[in-house]
Design a protein around this ligand. Structure first.
Ligand SMILES: *Cc1c(COP(=O)(O)O)cnc(C)c1O
Length: 401
């Protein structure tokens, strides 16, 4: 996005600030629908946990997406903006039977990822259709925290336990309407992903009652120059052919689903923060910003790279900086970064700040969470106010001493 415009927004709304460009979200969405245009029934469910502002959810609803949710609170958010329950899928991990029942009552598609809950749910509610999350034991992801399909992962029911699933289904008379996998974020190559889909097709053909197969997500986007990204167009070509052949063999046109988060919103987001201090030590120049991992934790939690530019001085002489936060422990956004010369008061822009950035923000160090702005139809809108002191103490009770 245009740097002057971002700078204007930082001045207009104050910092730190998240900015989301809906044009980019729409074009990423279109890339997937275009890549799979030869699939007759396609449904994309945006993964709410990546960025859950209600205006983002409403935007997705308007462009025709469904929503993928992982908690009953996300389900409530989705319903509150008018998304139809049948366009919501609920894919939790390790939640109680009670929560799953409460979500099912709302008419939302549930997805069960363990045998004990599957059996309990099937015994109590054989009439409610259930999707099953399979773990294909394919390691597709990047960082170990986000790669969830490998052998000792806690997610899904092992593909080796399919006979057990069949037994539960027969004994309870429950109705299985979908098969699902999610191999984790940051798929490095589509061949690995396609191998996982083969395993899923194999499982799917054993469940004659299914109406859909959900291949999850994990589509990778480039964070820095030279980064690999998932070749969605190539995946579309290859998987479409395979999926359509499957439907033919299966004797029914079923729906192909995906549930991308990062791919849809990551590069639509920018995080803007001001430089408080430039500190020259004997070895390093630190640029300390008025933010920290309370606002953007991905670099510290996942070692993820976010490109940083100085939008106040875009054409200065490049120098090397460590960009750090104000949290009272080490919180480095990037070390040894080449950035156009920074002065105190400059605004730095962090790219790829749409996914898992605001949604992971906290009040650590009793700081307020940032404001959020949405760019829509060439105009900017405040979609979340910066927190205030009242927010910090809102739920705290004073006791008498
Ligand atoms: C987090 C999550 C997603 C989204 O993953 P991305 O890497 O953001 O695309 C999809 N499905 C499930 C079940 C998830 O937990």
């Amino acid at each position: 996005m245009n740097k002057e415009y971002l700078l204007d927004l930082a001045n207009k709304y104050g910092g730190p600030l998240y900015v989301y460009d809906t044009n980019i979200i729409a074009s990423q969405y279109k890339r997937i629908t275009d890549a799979f245009e030869k699939v007759e029934k396609l449904q994309l469910n945006y993964a709410v946990k990546a960025l859950s502002n209600v205006n983002i959810l409403r935007f997705f609803k308007n462009i025709g997406a469904g929503l993928d949710t992982v908690s009953i609170q996300e389900v409530s958010l989705a319903l509150s903006v008018g998304v139809a329950p049948e366009k919501i899928i609920y894919t939790p991990n390790g939640v109680s039977l009670e929560e799953i029942e409460n979500v099912a009552k709302k008419g939302v598609q549930i997805n069960i990822d363990n045998l004990s809950i599957l059996e309990l749910f099937g015994q109590k509610h054989p009439e409610i259709p259930v999707c099953i999350r399979i773990n294909p034991h394919i390691m597709a992801g990047g960082n170990s925290k986000i790669s969830v399909g490998h052998i000792d992962s806690k997610f899904g029911i092992s593909v080796h336990q399919v006979p057990h699933i069949k037994r539960v289904v027969e004994n309870t008379g429950m109705h299985i309407n979908g098969i699902h996998m999610h191999t984790g974020s940051d798929i490095l190559d589509i061949d690995t992903f396609l191998r996982a889909t083969e395993i899923l097709f194999d499982v799917a053909k054993k469940f004659k009652t299914i109406d859909f197969i959900d291949f999850g997500s994990g589509f990778k986007v480039p964070y820095k120059e030279g980064d690999i990204s998932t070749d969605i167009e190539q995946l579309g070509l290859q998987l479409t052919e395979r999926f359509n052949a499957f439907c033919k063999d299966f004797g029914k046109k079923i729906t192909l689903m995906f549930e991308p988060g990062k791919f849809l919103v990551s590069k639509a987001g920018y995080f803007l923060a001001k430089v408080n201090v430039v500190k020259q030590t004997t070895s390093t120049v630190f640029a300390s910003i008025d933010s920290g991992f309370n606002h953007l934790i991905r670099p510290m939690m996942y070692d993820s790279y976010h490109h940083i530019t100085n939008i106040s001085n875009p054409n200065g002489r490049d120098r090397y900086y460590s960009v750090v936060g104000y949290i009272c422990e080490t919180d480095t956004f990037g070390s040894n970064r080449r950035i156009s010369e920074i002065s105190e008061g400059d605004i730095l822009c962090f790219e790829n700040a749409g996914a898992y950035c605001f949604s992971m923000a906290s009040n650590y160090n009793s700081r307020y969470r940032p404001a959020e702005v949405m760019i829509y139809n060439n105009d900017d809108y405040l979609i979340r106010e910066r927190e205030t002191f009242e927010d910090l103490i809102k739920n705290q009770k004073i006791i008498e001493f």
